[in-house]
Design a protein around this ligand. Structure first.
Ligand SMILES: Cc1cc2nc3c(=O)[nH]c(=O)nc-3n(C[C@H](O)[C@H](O)[C@H](O)COP(=O)(O)O)c2cc1C
Length: 346
């Protein structure tokens, strides 16, 4: 089969459709943008040693992420500002993810309420930052628990927000409209120093979050095997390898280069996920071969949402699923849960 793909030219179409400061915010990395620029090339460098003489008549893409059944290992990473991309924002994203049988992580800074996201029927987790004053993040967590979140994704790579250069033009915050972010915080949240992101996070916070919510905790933003071990020892249910799309410490390693090391350390005891620069199902097959169970997409569904709303995100997932089935067949793999480590050339 051949023909036009929705994915072809998608970032360009999305960026053309958006006000310049919004498009820039979506695309940009921190400082020189080195890590943001290196993420996809790091996946692109990998090569397969496909297996032959295998029965690939039936290929399974279904799996589970912390017990949530999903149609493929692709999931939507947490991203703020979705209502800047489309009026229906996170709700459109959630409807599309539900239609695709995909899991969605709702950003703590979402512009739609968690109740509205939950009403779409999507399987969802809440992303959270722990606040300087620990109590200050409890109302958001309680609200997410009540609305049916099935895990909390604790982002740990953001003690401060990485600097991004906006030149002389407007920043996204200059053009931001009321209601694009912070739909799930009580009125007045953010005014007190205790509402800021904690700079003193420790392993004890993983346990505290688990006890406060009764939910499994996924630690997002881990690049090192020793940190992954500390997360697991602290009670994390899963480790999420990420450099925040190159938006935090510039020059942070590409996730494609460090995923295997994290899996070697903790992959036998917890689920390991990855994001950063994933732009195709071939990238995902590489991640699965390294032992990732879930492959999260950051900018790709954001571009799809900006380009064509809910339908765009549905088209994106359809194309990725089709490509995933084909790649697995051609690689001689029958299931996303059994992509061997030696599929990749070392
Ligand atoms: C516009 C934008 C907003 C983001 N907002 C959040 C956020 O609120 N919380 C978070 O943990 N990560 C956030 N991220 C990081 C993503 O969850 C993810 O780690 C990253 O985008 C993955 O890289 P990719 O965009 O190359 O797929 C954001 C990323 C982008 C591009």
């Amino acid at each position: 089969m051949s023909g036009e793909r929705f994915l072809d030219g998608l970032p360009q179409r999305a960026l053309e459709a958006l006000p310049e400061p919004v498009g820039r915010y979506l695309r940009q990395g921190s400082r020189d943008g080195t890590s943001a620029g290196e993420a996809t090339p790091a996946w692109d460098r990998l090569r397969f040693l496909p297996r032959v003489l295998r029965d690939v008549t039936d290929v399974r893409t279904v799996t589970t992420l912390l017990g949530t059944p999903v149609r493929t290992p692709f999931a939507v990473a947490p991203s703020t500002m979705q209502r800047a991309l489309h009026p229906d924002g996170e709700v459109a994203m959630a409807r599309a993810a539900a239609a695709a049988g995909a899991l969605l992580v709702v950003s703590s800074n979402a512009g739609s309420t968690v109740e509205d996201v939950a009403s779409t029927g999507v399987g969802w987790w809440l992303q959270a930052y722990v606040t300087a004053e620990r109590r200050a993040c409890l109302p958001l967590l309680r609200r997410a628990v009540d609305a049916g979140a099935s895990a909390v994704v604790l982002t740990v790579d953001t003690p401060v927000v990485g600097t991004k250069y906006d030149g002389a033009g407007d920043t996204v915050w200059d053009v931001a409209e009321e209601g694009w972010v912070r739909a799930n915080f009580p009125a007045g949240h953010g005014a007190s120093p205790g509402d800021a992101k904690a700079t003193d996070l420790g392993p004890q916070d993983v346990d505290w979050l688990a006890r406060s919510t009764g939910l499994p905790i996924v630690v997002k933003g881990v690049l090192r095997a020793d940190d992954a071990r500390r997360c697991v020892d602290a009670g994390a249910a899963a480790v999420y390898v990420s450099n925040h799309g190159g938006r935090q410490l510039d020059y942070a390693a590409a996730t494609a280069d460090v995923l295997a090391g994290v899996v070697a350390e903790v992959g036998s005891s917890v689920e390991v996920y990855v994001d950063g620069g994933v732009r195709s199902a071939r990238h995902a097959v590489s991640a699965l071969s390294m032992g990732a169970r879930g492959v999260f997409l950051g900018r790709l569904p954001l571009y799809a949402l900006a380009d064509r709303g809910e339908e765009g995100v549905r088209l994106l997932f359809e194309e990725l699923e089709t490509e995933l089935v084909e790649a697995l067949r051609l690689a001689g793999c029958r299931s996303v849960d059994a992509v061997p480590a030696d599929l990749l050339v070392r």
